[in-house]
Design a protein around this ligand. Structure first.
Ligand code: ASP
Ligand code: MG
Length: 362
């Protein structure tokens, strides 16, 4: 579908976030707390300047009713590319690795060019990307003396999200939304199992609040890198392949978000793979247990660690389609909130049709 034709204003009017009642600070007499929403965008939602600007429009629409924090994946294909550089290095192919790293930088500079920022902003973000590119090349030059094996893989893989967070923050600014990139390794604390690191949730929350809450309160959208964390001694780790959904849940937990919206490229969660079965039905509402049971039966739902965390904190999770934001998506919540929303949203939420779109997450 043509991105230009997506009515973002319409999507904003129907934003699930707006269905929520205003909450109040505990003990605060009359100071209303804005609804807090975390948006996670997958790699296909960020692939190129047009898609970034489109996703930025969804954030802009949501900021009218809510405070928003964003979590991003790398642009689609970039993590694979970076890991192939790590493999080339492991095979001693230094020249090849260098050339590929330069291509990764050029790819992101190309997206920056297509964002068509003002000259001043373009120069600023270009410099940020070039500094990142320089760090990436530096990793390649000094590899072996600083990091080896799985640790090197994580250091290299982390660049994808670091590039995309800078570009997406620029796309937001271009769309009139104040935004800053935030590197999650500044506060997501993990063990040192590289390539599959486990986050320490409560310590990460404590540290992350200092970084993210002042931004939320100032109305600035933090664009946080998914996928990456750091050990207590500051070495970069990743939470495993395709873990940025999980990062979305972690960041949502850090800011006590009312809702986490996983923006992907399908209309929501289906009873079966819509590409394989004509019987596949889109599911509008699920309890955490129902979603968990679906995942356990082999359905591609969400990263396995999202639902347990969401259930623990009773955070509502939406799975929505970046490319079809008029569709309501799938809502996952507690049984009780499911009941509430069924009653509350009866008239206000459009019933979405079953999509025939391609399956597969970003
Ligand atoms: N960029 C990472 C990967 O490709 C994380 C993610 O996309 O969820 O595995
Ligand atoms: Mg992904």
């Amino acid at each position: 579908m043509s991105l230009e034709n997506v009515p973002e204003e319409l999507a904003a009017e129907r934003s699930p976030a707006e269905l929520h009642e205003r909450v109040h600070y505990p003990g605060g007499a009359s100071k209303p707390r804005r609804n807090v929403v975390a948006f996670k965008f997958g790699g296909s939602s960020l692939l190129g300047a047009d898609r970034m600007l489109h996703a930025a429009g969804l954030v802009r629409a949501a900021t009218r009713a809510s405070s928003v924090t964003v979590v991003v994946s790398a642009m689609k294909g970039v993590t694979d590319h970076l890991l192939s550089i790590a493999r080339a290095l492991a095979d001693g192919k230094l020249v090849h690795a260098r050339r590929e790293a330069e291509l990764v930088l050029l790819l992101h500079l190309d997206v920056l060019h297509n964002l068509q920022l003002s000259e001043h902003d373009d120069l600023r973000v270009r410099r940020e990307l070039q500094l990142l590119g320089r760090d990436l090349l530096q990793e390649i030059l000094v590899h072996g003396s600083v990091a080896t094996g799985a640790e090197l893989f994580d250091r290299l893989a982390s660049f994808g999200e670091r590039f995309s967070a800078r570009l997406f923050a620029a796309a937001l600014e271009e769309s009139g939304v104040p935004a800053v990139p935030v590197t999650s390794s500044d506060f997501v604390l993990t063990c040192n199992t590289f390539r599959d690191a486990q986050p320490h949730l409560e310590k990460s929350k404590q540290r992350g609040r200092d970084v993210l809450l002042p931004l939320l309160e100032a109305g600035i959208v933090a664009v946080v890198t998914g996928f990456i964390g750091a050990t207590p001694d500051g070495r970069i780790t990743t939470l495993g392949r395709n873990s940025s959904d999980f990062s979305g849940a972690i960041i949502a937990h850090v800011v006590d978000a009312d809702e986490l919206v996983i923006w992907t490229d399908v209309d929501g969660i289906y009873t079966a793979n819509p590409n394989e079965s004509a019987e596949a039905r889109l599911l509008h509402e699920l309890s955490y247990d129902e979603a968990h049971a679906l995942a356990a039966s082999g359905a591609k739902v969400l990263h396995a660690k999202v639902l347990p965390l969401a259930a623990k904190t009773e955070m509502v999770v939406w799975v929505r389609n970046t490319f079809n934001p008029q569709a309501r998506g799938t809502r996952i919540g507690t049984q009780r909130s499911l009941q509430d929303s069924r009653t509350a949203s009866k008239d206000s939420v459009p019933i979405c049709s079953i999509s025939t779109q391609q399956g597969g997450a970003a």
